[in-house]
Design a protein around this ligand. Structure first.
Ligand code: AMP
Ligand code: GLY
Length: 449
């Protein structure tokens, strides 16, 4: 039995742990809070910040782990994977330098420019407010992005978030003054119009094996209202495409992710682990919004739920740089995943301490869905919310409509005061809106040219 260390304690990690357990791994978990799902699957759990390199190294030594992987990005940036590699542990997550594709948005933009990778976005880096005004007005509509990590909540775009160029300029100045993202740098980028999708792939340092494409829903409320969150829910379709996406678009996105992996290797930063491309399908094809050095959350639940082969074997091939073509297979089913969040999440801040009642037997047996625990804490059998997403329900089925129905059936077995979910995710009505939106974008692109 391979002894595996998993860093992180959310629903993404619960899904990773479940896939690892299914392949017979002996699982050890280090995370900040006690996730009841992980606690059930793991041989042992240590409560510590996942970014505490010393605690991680000590736990790895004590547990004599052979392979390690991280759910979130922060441990990569903190140097945990590098420290584990130095101890001789095999890694199915990237080291700190390779992880800069996510932890430094400026590095990713530079990498794509240096290697002439398709799907690049016009972008300008600022370390001080000089020149901001002209750049913002030059682009017309913009995305303002702190360079470093902000937990998916630092980016604002022209529109309902930044109503005028002055507001955009003020937000960029605030990011610089408050050192949002930690680095003091801010990127001004052209605003892309289109539909977003996620393409994840396993990389062994040289080559990739792509996963089914997913669409996440970042906005807090139904109808895409409210601010950006870590992600409220996501879906995949049984043909591996999305209703607004062609096979050709997916091929283009895969090619771009492969080129990023190749470029990283050329810069002496071989990337081993799951890599995440966030794309905008525009009138000019897929463009890269960002790249993450990990699975997406919630997207990990969709794809791992479909993984047909042995996940541990995939992790071992990733770690050893020997990913075999065709080693990763996925079921041809649709999935819908929806998060349950505490009141206030996506606004001032989620309300912690609310008791969550989830009937996991009914979710599994009556609804045909699956529950993943996220930012909750278990104490003497009582499960209470933290300030972030509490748990997620995932369903898979031959069609999207059926997966959505099962997911909703599962959600009815999760209760707690003020808890809510975005019930529109995966519905035919929202899917139709997405397709119509994409048609409008393509039409406008054509009439401009
Ligand atoms: P990120 O943290 O880079 O994923 O950005 C968060 C969200 O901001 C993305 O999911 C997009 O919805 C939006 N966004 C980021 N960059 C752009 C861009 N250049 N154009 C339009 N929207 C963007
Ligand atoms: N779902 C978006 C992310 O994990 O970054």
């Amino acid at each position: 039995m391979t002894r595996v260390l998993l860093l992180g304690g959310g629903a993404r990690e619960h899904a990773m742990a479940q896939a690892l357990a299914k392949s017979g791994a002996e699982l050890f978990v280090l995370s900040k809070a006690r996730n009841p799902g992980l606690a059930r699957l793991a041989k042992d759990v240590k409560l510590a910040p996942e970014t505490d390199v010393k605690a991680v190294a000590e736990a790895a030594k004590q547990w004599r782990v052979e392979l390690a992987l991280s759910g979130p990005e922060a441990p990569l940036e903190a140097g945990c994977t590098d420290a584990l590699a130095d101890m001789g542990v095999r890694l199915a997550s990237p080291g700190k330098l390779a992880a800069e594709v996510e932890t430094s948005k400026a590095y990713l933009r530079g990498l794509m420019a240096r290697h002439g990778i398709a799907g690049a976005v016009r972008s300008q880096l600022f370390a001080s407010p000089e020149g901001l005004k002209d750049a913002i007005r030059g682009f017309g509509t913009v995305a303002i992005k702190p360079v470093g990590l902000t937990g998916g909540k630092g980016v604002k775009v022209s529109g309902d978030q930044l109503r005028t160029p002055d507001e955009a300029e003020q937000y960029a100045k605030d990011c610089l003054a408050q050192r949002v993202g930690g680095t003091g740098g801010v990127l001004v980028e052209e605003k892309l119009e289109g539909e977003e999708f996620t393409l994840q792939a396993f990389s062994d340092g040289t080559r990739i094996e792509a996963m089914p494409v997913v669409q996440d829903h970042k906005r807090a409320f139904e109808g895409d209202a409210g601010s950006n969150t870590g992600g409220m829910g996501s879906y995949t379709d049984s043909d591996g495409l999305l209703p607004f996406l062609t096979r050709n678009d997916v091929q283009t996105a895969r090619g771009i992710v492969q080129e990023i992996v190749t470029a990283l290797a050329k810069e002496g930063r071989p990337y081993r682990g799951p890599i995440y491309g966030q794309f905008m399908l525009t009138g000019q094809g897929p463009k890269v919004i960002e790249c993450n050095a990990r699975f997406g959350d919630p997207e990990a639940m969709n794809v791992l739920g479909l993984l047909a082969g042995d996940y541990l074997e995939v992790c071992e091939q990733v770690a050893d740089g020997s990913l075999k073509p065709g080693a990763v297979r996925f079921e041809s089913l649709a999935t819908v995943c929806k998060y349950v969040v505490p009141p206030g999440y996506g606004e001032a801040g989620g309300k912690a301490g609310i008791e969550v009642f989830a009937d996991e037997r009914a979710i599994l047996e009556d609804a045909g869905a699956r529950l993943f625990w996220a930012n909750v804490h278990e104490d003497k059998g009582r499960i209470t919310t933290g300030t972030s997403r509490a748990c997620a329900v995932l369903a898979k089925a031959p069609t999207l409509a059926e997966a959505e129905r099962r997911c909703e059936a599962g959600l009815r077995h999760v209760r707690g005061e003020g808890l809510r979910a975005r019930h529109d995710i995966g519905t035919q009505a929202l899917l139709r809106q997405r397709v119509e939106h994409m048609q409008r974008v393509l039409h406008q692109g054509r009439s401009r040219n």
